[in-house]
Write a protein that binds this ligand. Structure first.
Ligand code: 5RP
Length: 253
């Protein structure tokens, strides 16, 4: 289903944030209000530019609410965010069961399938999404689409073992029919982007028709030897929240 929730005021920040930033903030705040319940003790924190607003809202619940909680990061950025916000840091090997994980997305379809990995964190993000009893997505209105690949044209992020990258690229070009698949390069093309796990990232675009069945593409890519994880999350999210330009929030579930 889908519903549009009425505009939520963000009195502190209103007027100071751009429309897109404010949309991210309102989505994140709404998701925290709905899904970070007082009794929750283990909370997964995703990566990207929307997640800081999730942490902002959790911190605003107060020291008392957070004193017995532990927060599990999906990468270097969220680890820094948790620590700098004064929250307790934990690891998924200590806490393999998480009450709720909140994370951003590059695009989300009507079935709540999504593309993730724009920030190269999708392996750890998928582990925390799977470990969580409830997995929630937060994003601005640009990410709310009917079919994946509508606005996000960079392609499906694929984490790959460095030793295998050329072979996987060739497989993508020749077998999986993604001729524009490329190795993701760091700024100024100084070298490949390296994930928190020491691996490379390939971005593989597929046409929108094929993206209508993301599970099929995900399974085909995952079968390639050398692939560690695919940035397609199929049927994992319980709900997604999108901040709109008018200050309302669209909830999809
Ligand atoms: C990182 C991710 C991010 O969650 C995704 O890229 C969305 O980021 P943002 O909130 O900045 O739009 O998957 O790997």
């Amino acid at each position: 289903g889908s519903t549009r929730l009425k505009p939520l005021k963000s009195p502190i920040q209103e007027g100071k944030l751009s429309v897109i930033e404010r949309s991210k903030q309102l989505a994140a705040w709404t998701a925290v209000d709905e899904h970070v319940l007082p009794e929750y003790r283990v909370i997964g924190i995703g990566s990207g530019s929307t997640v800081p607003y999730v942490v902002e809202r959790i911190v605003s619940q107060g020291a008392e609410a957070n004193k017995d909680r532990v927060f599990i990061p999906t990468g270097f950025q969220s680890k820094e965010l948790i620590v700098s916000s004064g929250l307790s840091l934990g690891d998924v090997d200590q806490y393999p069961t998480i009450d709720v994980t909140l994370d951003g997305a590059d695009e989300v379809d009507t079935q709540l399938n999504c593309i993730k990995g724009g920030g190269a964190c999708h392996l750890r993000e998928k582990v925390l999404a799977e470990a969580a009893t409830t997995f929630i997505l937060v994003a601005d209105y640009r990410k709310n689409v009917e079919y994946l690949g509508t606005n996000f044209k960079a392609g499906v992020p694929i984490e790959v073992v460095p030793f295998a990258y050329a072979k996987v690229l060739q497989n993508l070009h020749q077998v999986l029919n993604s001729p524009k698949a490329t190795l993701r390069m760091a700024v100024a093309k100084a070298g490949p982007v390296v994930s928190d796990n020491g691996n490379f990232i390939i971005d593989a675009p597929f046409d929108v028709e094929r993206m209508k069945e993301p599970y099929k593409i995900m399974a085909q890519i995952k079968m390639l030897t050398g692939v560690v994880e695919v940035g397609l999350f199929c049927h994992m999210a319980r709900a997604a929240y999108f901040g709109n330009q008018d200050g309302s929030v669209t909830a999809k579930w």
